[in-house]
Design a protein around this ligand. Structure first.
Ligand SMILES: *Cc1c(COP(=O)(O)O)cnc(C)c1O
Length: 447
């Protein structure tokens, strides 16, 4: 299978090259050329299968000519060694909890598969990699944990010193080894700008730089699997379902949308965003305006004013959007509206939802998952006939990552999962840098 760029200029390439490069040379995003279909009878066949088995079969559809099935199976067994709870709410409504991995966010699912695949490919070619990642919190820790101790790969994580929580910082700074965490005396936007500039900097072209952000196709494909797994666990006789996903850069939901295009029986995706409502407006008016600077909401991992994966969504629906957000060819808006219900949720609604879900169902949500659940309620209001359908909403982080918010709203603190335990006592290894590209450049020159 070949991968082409959403900017339509770069050469087609293999999965291996797309994964190791991260971004295409024309600054577009890699996307599979033609999607495979699911094997006949798979919904029934995968009903009793483990998460790792389904992951290996699904990824195999994309990697079949590049990674042997037994190797892929071993990689998935090793990556997915934690539970994937599906919590019943009422009737045919469920919460999919993607928060049991080593950093308690859904980003573990993609990061762990990606680290193992990258490691395998570079070993075969005796290459080395230096992965640069800018983070507002969750991406950095998931990448750091997934790549910790992987031979031949160094990871540099940049985070804004004063904008991440204590727990988030400690998840990145207490590893050491091949993980370097850098606290920037600036904002997330600075961190992201420095990483972008380093990729474009000719004086660093001797470094084997790569990216693990959700522009990388390696992040996207593993994010199809939990939708398929959950559907197989819950569905009877190929029934249609509704899935609600809290969205920031739209990498998570793109995995689901790809699965739908390949035949997963999803009637509608609810794409729920916080007050950064550029995508709901786009689907409504057909005109796209990014939000700069992005709005600060309590679901902070979704404070995105121009989602990087929108170019892929537009591409899949027949259009062409460049990396700056300019639309050169219109996508099929009617089909987008048929497949997706886009809704923006305010912070006030998010907080109300956390309270209401706990009071009515003893359902404990954190701010991101609450945006998803609130979005689902808006969908039910607009389409009451869908309320009896099989439905699940995705919870993307563990509530214990947001103890202050939960305590204020519910008057108790969530129990701390094993992944977050003992952080307070661990030693931190971190560098501090001024918020200038010169400082970051000088740091990278030392590699
Ligand atoms: C990253 C993140 C999101 C947003 O996911 P995208 O793939 O960027 O849409 C939502 N919730 C949490 C907790 C996250 O860390």
């Amino acid at each position: 299978m070949q991968y082409s760029s959403t900017n339509r200029q770069a050469n087609h390439t293999s999965f291996r090259e797309a994964l190791l490069k991260g971004q295409a040379p024309d600054r577009g995003l890699y996307f599979p050329e033609g999607l495979p279909s699911f094997p006949e009878g798979c919904w029934q066949k995968w009903k009793g299968a483990s998460y790792a088995e389904i992951a290996a079969e699904v990824l195999g559809l994309f990697l079949e000519d590049e990674v042997a099935p037994d190797v892929l199976r071993a990689i998935c067994e090793d990556a997915y060694n934690f539970p994937v709870p599906i919590e019943h709410v009422e009737e045919k409504q469920y919460i999919l909890r993607l928060d049991q991995g080593p950093t308690a966010s859904f980003k573990d699912f993609a990061a762990r598969a990606m680290a193992r695949l990258m490691s395998r490919f570079i070993k075969e070619e005796q290459r080395k990699l230096l992965i640069l990642t800018a983070t507002s919190g969750d991406t950095g820790s998931a990448i750091a944990h997934a790549f910790y101790g992987v031979e031949g790969i160094e990871v540099v994580v940049l985070f804004p010193r004063d904008e991440v929580s204590n727990r988030q910082r400690k998840q990145m700074t207490t590893l050491g080894g091949n993980i370097t965490a850098i606290a920037i005396d600036g904002k997330f936007d600075d961190c992201q700008a420095f990483v972008k500039q380093a990729f474009a900097d000719d004086s660093l072209s001797h470094l084997p730089l790569s990216s693990a952000n959700s522009i990388n196709i390696g992040r996207l494909l593993p994010q199809m699997v939990y939708y398929i797994y959950t559907y197989c666990q819950l569905a009877q006789d190929g029934e249609e379902c509704v899935i609600s996903v809290p969205c920031g850069n739209f990498g998570n939901v793109m995995g689901g949308i790809i699965a739908k295009w390949m035949g997963l029986p999803v009637k509608r995706f609810v794409i729920a965003v916080n007050e950064n409502d550029e995508v709901p407006r786009f689907l409504q008016d057909g005109e796209y305006h990014k939000i700069e600077p992005s709005r600060n909401c309590i679901s902070n991992a979704m404070n995105v004013g121009h989602p990087s994966n929108l170019a892929r969504l537009v591409h899949l629906y027949g259009g062409f959007m460049d990396e700056k957000g300019a639309i050169h060819e219109e996508p099929d808006l009617q089909k987008l509206r048929d497949d997706l219900f886009a809704v923006s949720v305010t912070d006030a609604e998010t907080r109300e939802t956390i309270k209401e879900a706990y009071q009515s169902h003893k359902l404990l949500l954190e701010p991101h998952g609450a945006v998803g659940w609130a979005g689902l309620k808006s969908f039910w209001q607009a389409h009451p006939e869908t309320r009896s359908m099989l439905t699940f909403s995705v919870e993307t982080a563990h509530p214990a990552k947001f103890p202050e918010e939960i305590r204020t709203l519910l008057q108790f603190e969530p129990e701390i999962p094993a992944a977050l335990e003992g952080l307070d006592e661990k030693e931190e290894f971190l560098q501090e840098l001024d918020a200038t590209y010169e400082a970051f450049h000088a740091f990278l020159k030392r590699f």
